[in-house]
Design a protein around this ligand. Structure first.
Ligand SMILES: [Zn+2]
Ligand SMILES: [Zn+2]
Length: 328
């Protein structure tokens, strides 16, 4: 009896301590001095659908926040982003920062071309590339190396570029965050599942641990940009809400690797989007066309606010999505 009473007492003590800790975390996240940005625009420069420029299996987007630019991923083929930027009349020569969301060639293929092309005009152009920890790990298979990043690192550094490796959240500009690697709370498993990773403990299944996203704090809620979403889009959004601000999710833009997801997974994903108050969804690259339409129905979004991303389509804070022509 005494033991039971003691256990009860310890339990209630533990509950009191943890709920206090939870409350203070919530208060910190609900802080009123969070750094809202004034203007955000995200323009897609590489994805499959294109009614201007070149379409490819890949992803890249130019992100502009309060006048500062960064290139999020660089497309698959060496020339795609460069040619599409010319065709869309977009200047990349004053972009200094690049984010590579993960190692896959459909996101990293344009980096060297872009750096070499613009360095003549501006030595700082595309000279700093942010990556998540784990991106350079060896991915062996069939007697070859599948990770392009060791080779890209050599070429990029000899062209004057610098990699910045993030092991946790990083505030790139006031209110603009890189997530760093994202904890996999839910078993979303949004990757092909065939690769292997060489670690200090030997070969392991490659979960693409370095995958990271961009999160922007706005007065409307969080705006999130993802490359392939290998960490799982719900894991990414929950992490963003726990680390940066527990507010609604205003816009989710980019690739989310849902093209192989079954109806049940899409329904669960959409339910979470609904709980987070999602208002805009620009499903590009590996999101899957059917996935975009199921999400539109299940979340209850209008056709203007839930669109298949194309080369040249964009999101602007305060204006919403411009789908260009075909995906309208
Ligand atoms: Zn990928
Ligand atoms: Zn991809």
């Amino acid at each position: 009896m005494i033991v039971r009473l003691l256990l009860c007492f310890l339990c209630s003590l533990f509950y009191a301590v943890t709920s206090d800790a939870q409350r203070s975390t919530d208060e910190a996240l609900e802080r009123s001095d969070y750094r809202k940005v004034e203007s955000v625009s995200v323009l897609i420069l590489s994805t499959m659908l294109a009614d201007r420029g070149i379409g490819e299996w890949g992803f890249a987007a130019l992100v502009e926040v309060d006048g500062r630019k960064l290139l999020f991923d660089t497309g698959a083929r060496p020339q795609t982003v460069l040619q599409n930027s010319v065709e869309l009349g977009v200047d990349l020569s004053d972009v200094e920062d690049v984010v590579l969301s993960h190692n896959h060639t459909d996101h990293t293929g344009g980096l060297i071309t872009l750096r070499s092309h613009f360095a003549e005009q501006n030595p700082r152009a595309l000279s700093r590339t942010h990556v998540g920890k784990g991106i350079f790990l060896s991915r062996p298979g069939d007697g070859r190396e599948w990770n392009p990043m060791p080779r890209i690192r050599e070429e990029y550094e000899s062209a004057g570029g610098e990699f910045v490796v993030h092991d946790g959240p990083y505030e790139w500009a006031p209110g603009v965050w890189l997530t760093g690697p994202v904890p996999r709370i839910h078993p979303e498993r949004n990757w092909s599942g065939v690769g292997q990773l060489r670690t200090a403990n030997g070969l392991q299944a490659d979960t693409i641990p370095e995958s990271m996203s961009l999160v922007i704090e706005t007065s409307e809620g969080l705006v999130v940009v993802s490359g392939c979403g290998h960490a799982g889009i719900i894991n990414i959004l929950e992490y963003a809400r726990s680390q940066f601000r527990r507010s609604n999710i205003h816009a989710v833009l980019g690739g989310f690797h849902l093209f192989t997801a079954d109806d049940e997974t899409l329904k669960w994903t959409a339910q979470k989007f609904k709980e987070f108050g999602l208002k805009h969804f620009l499903g590009s690259h590996c999101t899957g066309i059917e996935a975009v339409y199921q999400i539109r129905d299940a979340v209850g979004l209008a056709r203007e606010n839930c669109v298949v991303g194309a080369v040249g389509s964009s999101f602007t804070l305060g204006e919403g999505i411009d789908p260009v022509r075909l995906a309208r």
